[in-house]
Design a protein around this ligand. Structure first.
Ligand SMILES: Cc1cc2nc3c(=O)[nH]c(=O)nc-3n(C[C@H](O)[C@H](O)[C@H](O)COP(=O)(O)OP(=O)(O)OC[C@H]3O[C@@H](n4cnc5c(N)ncnc54)[C@H](O)[C@@H]3O)c2cc1C
Length: 833
């Protein structure tokens, strides 16, 4: 057995095997895979093998799309038939809301080039008469996917990997990981059979690897412990049953009819497919418990849990309703296995937090569907340094250190339970909340705040009625303009016309200081560094020239900087920043980096009357002028006192009006809130949530991280040349210039439907040609119509170009407008007083 390799993959399920295959295919010729038992002996062997395209995320749709295309090529490459039955996938809708969901999904699918077609109940009946359709509104049909044999596809990938030189070592368990400064030293123990159990032997080896990937499936908690990190990947029980032959089905097939597609009855939380003249029924039922929170017991190998028929009774009855001919079929077999989940349902794929050359591929609930694409894109990340799609939504660092086992287990149960709910884009999931609250949470809740969940924080989305029932927000959700819409309109108007107060405490905040800090940040970010007391918007790039993080940088002193970035990405930003500092400090001098996110609360006050509100409470030798343009110009920072609260005030406003961010000691937040509220009363100040803010920033064409800004576009493609200082050298610059302009960010005003706005996932057309996609969407109070931002081919990215946006399965007129269509000269932001 070789003990020195380029890359070591831990785990021989579908995911690990695909990663090993793709690393070899990407050109790494020294790849080894360790499997503690047999290949596929984790969750892979008992998967139902469905390969659904359906996914609301752009990145995941790409991953699934790659898998489906890749699996079709495997037989030719390996000679092994993975049993890919391209029977199609039929998603049925019992309600108009479900159809709305499918229409939003379909527009997203189109952005990735995934084919689909609509079917009416009559068309379904005509093709598959065994399906009951009288209660259906319609269905979405993907004819290019279907199901595969999970073990066979894994074996085919393993064969393909071996053919490309990958060493696959079975019955070896990775038991310890040690980073020696340049390589990982992985202690592996030989496992042996003993009385039906798998037990460690005395035999151990240490394998030195430049890179390690863990794909340990249900063993993720053990892996996390060995690595000293946190991973919210914990399995939940998942069941499917195999039924005896259905004579009607046998007859239908004997008559020469094609196999039924995978039938998804989302409103009945189940899927059904054919299996040797009978049916398989899989369910996503309520109350499925999380398992193995603290590790998989040694006695659990390729095992299953006991079937809990009672738990799935409702779905079983629903299946009989949908396919009445199965009523007499007995139960032939059952599967209740661990299926790994994460709180948001996306796997954890990417660099491990805090560690070098350690890559995670954990927490897969659709691991058969995702294995191919994960292997492909993760190999790109590892070999080339970046993937062609932005993998941030899968990054393991989207959960911070605040995350606990209890949180992950309960959230994962919720995620499982939510698989077939309506996936409203304005959905907020209730489990484990509130957890991370700013001090003013209770005050805001009493004033009607309906909170969203951002990296564990509670952040007001909008302020509804003060005496709203607990179900208010739930009932307000829609694929169109929900019950919350008018509240957000009123809040947005308050900022445009008067004054509003936004809680932005969740922002990520870092303090970077020390003799090497200036040179470091000058290299790390692409814009000029601000002078002391001033602020700049800037970007840290990936090594490939795309946007890794957006920062508002405040220069507090010559070598001291306060960095503000998106609230959802604290650990993600901290990890990149810290690793870059570690790399550069020896060359540039001592640099300190502190994550001060939880020490500072932030209120953003904005609107033409915001200065008037602050003037009521600001303490200064000359309070009448302290907030004037002369003493406090736009894009500067001053330490001011509001009542008795010391405030680091930053004159910026993400809404595009006169405004300040008020960064304050978190323990004084309630005091400051009361002061501001009292002062604001006289000026009609309104509390404002994130939804109105999101609309307002689009009127100013302010790009947001995670939507317009990400690892699949450079700041120049984001059309932000004014924040890129090409006269200096910075990380990623050469690659950014090399990439050129593949697509370009634009703002669009949209003449959409009367009752709906885009969500930022929709496809864009120019004539008959697909030319781009929206990345943000919403409603503009300034223009009285829908607004959106997105990427289009550069030739079309000019003011006045007329495009079409696909919403609710129709094409709507849209026009590319100038950057910052609202107040393009920034006169309102600079208003004096
Ligand atoms: C009932 C059921 C039905 C399902 N149906 C579908 C479906 O239709 N479609 C779909 O896409 N997904 C389905 N899934 C989910 C799917 O099974 C998983 O997402 C997928 O198998 C995960 O693959 P993996 O490689 O990540 O994990 P696993 O298959 O669990 O593989 C992990 C491997 O790592 C090994 N390992 C762990 N720790 C170590 C270590 N320290 N050293 C060496 N080896 C180690 C384990 O032995 C194991 O073999 C289903 C799951 C269940 C339970």
């Amino acid at each position: 057995m070789k003990t020195q390799v380029k890359a070591l993959v831990v785990g021989g399920g579908a995911v690990g095997t695909s990663i090993a295959y793709h690393l070899a295919r990407a050109g790494w010729d020294d790849v080894m895979l360790l499997e503690r038992d047999e290949l596929t002996s984790g969750s892979t062997w008992h998967a139902a093998g469905l390969l659904p395209y359906f996914n609301m995320s752009y990145a995941t749709t790409h991953i699934h799309d790659y898998s489906i295309r890749f699996y079709k090529t495997l037989e030719e490459e390996t000679g092994l038939n993975a049993g890919f039955a391209v029977v199609g996938n039929l998603r049925m809708a019992q309600t108009q809301e479900r159809m709305d969901e499918y229409m939003l999904y379909a527009s997203t699918a189109e952005t990735c080039g995934v084919p689909y077609q609509w079917m009416t109940p009559d068309e379904i009946k005509a093709k598959w008469p065994l399906i009951r359709t009288d209660d259906l509104k319609g269905a979405l049909y993907h004819h290019t996917d279907g199901y595969i044999n999970p073990a066979d596809v894994t074996m085919a990938m393993a064969k393909g990997a071996r053919q490309r030189g990958v060493m696959i070592e079975r019955k070896w368990q990775a038991d310890a990981f040690h980073w020696n400064g340049t390589h990982w030293e992985v202690t592996a123990t030989k496992m042996a059979e003993k009385g039906g159990n798998l037990v460690p032997t005395e035999e151990q080896v240490v394998i030195t690897a430049e890179h390690v990937v863990t794909a340990s499936g249900n063993h993720a908690q053990r892996t996390a412990k060995m690595l000293g990190i946190k991973m919210p990947a914990i399995p939940v029980e998942h069941q499917f049953i195999v039924m005896d032959q259905d004579p009607e089905l046998v007859k239908f097939r004997a008559e020469g009819n094609v196999e039924h597609p995978v039938i998804r009855d989302a409103d009945a939380q189940s899927y059904v497919r054919e299996e040797r003249g009978g049916w398989i029924l899989g369910v996503y039922e309520k109350n499925a418990p999380a398992r193995f929170e603290y590790g998989v017991p040694d006695s659990f190998r390729a095992d299953l849990f006991q079937l809990d028929l009672e738990r799935i009774e409702e779905q079983y009855m629903a299946m009989i309703h949908r396919v009445p001919s199965c009523e007499q079929s007995g139960l032939k077999d059952d599967f209740n296995g661990p299926i790994c989940y994460t709180p948001d349902g996306n796997p954890l794929v990417g660099p491990a937090p805090g560690l070098r050359n350690m890559w995670l591929a954990e927490g897969f609930s659709f691991g058969i569907t995702a294995a191919g694409g994960t292997g492909y894109y993760l190999a790109q990340l590892m070999v080339e340094g970046e993937a062609e799609i932005d993998m941030a939504s899968l990054d393991p660092k989207r959960y911070g250190d605040w995350m606990t086992t209890e949180f992950a287990a309960r959230k994962n149960e919720e995620c499982y339970d939510h698989v077939y709910i309506l996936h409203h884009p304005d959905e907020e999931r209730p489990a484990c909340r509130p957890l991370r609250t700013s001090p003013a949470y209770d005050r805001q809740a009493m004033r009607g705040a309906q909170f969203g969940f951002v990296n564990g924080w509670e952040r007001p989305n909008y302020f509804g009625p003060q005496d709203a029932p607990d179900t208010f927000d739930h009932d307000a959700r829609s694929f169109r303009r929900g019950g919350w819409w008018q509240y957000a309109v009123d809040e947005a108007k308050a900022i445009r016309e008067g004054v509003g107060l936004i809680d932005a405490t969740a922002f990520t905040k870092h303090l970077v200081k020390g003799p090497g800090a200036t040179q470091f940040l000058d290299w790390f970010t692409c814009n000029k560094l601000p002078n002391v007391g001033r602020i700049n918007l800037t970007y840290a790039l990936t090594g490939h020239g795309t946007t890794r993080t957006e920062y508002t940088i405040v220069r507090l002193a010559q070598d001291e900087y306060y960095l503000v970035s998106a609230g959802a990405w604290t650990a993600y930003d901290a990890d990149y920043l810290r690793k870059a500092i570690e790399d550069k400090a020896p060359e540039l001098g001592y640099i300190e980096c502190h994550d001060v996110t939880t020490q500072w609360g932030v209120f953003a006050i904005a609107g033409p009357k915001s200065r008037d509100v602050l003037n009521e409470i600001v303490k200064d030798a000359d309070p009448a002028t302290v907030l004037s343009n002369k003493r406090f110009p736009w894009l500067t920072m001053r330490n001011i006192e509001l009542g008795m609260c010391p405030v680091r005030a930053i004159r910026v406003a993400y809404t595009g009006e006169l405004g300040w961010e008020l960064h304050h000691p978190i323990e004084m937040q309630n005091y400051l809130f009361d002061q501001l509220e009292k002062a604001g009363e006289k000026h009609g100040m309104k509390l404002v949530g994130a939804r109105a803010q999101n609309w307002l920033r689009q009127e100013k064409s302010y790009r947001a991280f995670g939507t317009e800004l990400g690892r699949d576009a450079t700041p120049l493609e984001a059309d932000l040349p004014r924040f890129v200082d090409l006269s200096k050298d910075f990380h990623g610059k050469a690659k950014m210039e090399e990439i050129g302009m593949r697509s370009k960010c634009v703002t669009l005003l949209i003449d959409g439907p009367e009752d709906a706005d885009p969500w930022g996932r929709e496809v864009l057309y120019h004539g008959e040609t697909r030319v781009g996609r929206l990345t943000s969407g919403g409603y503009s109070v300034a223009f009285g119509k829908s607004i959106g931002m997105g990427y289009v081919t550069p030739d079309l990215a000019v003011k006045g170009t007329r495009l079409k946006v696909k919403m609710l399965d129709q094409l709507w007129d849209a026009e590319i407008v100038e950057d910052s269509p609202y107040d393009p000269k920034n006169e309102r932001i600079r208003i004096d007083g």
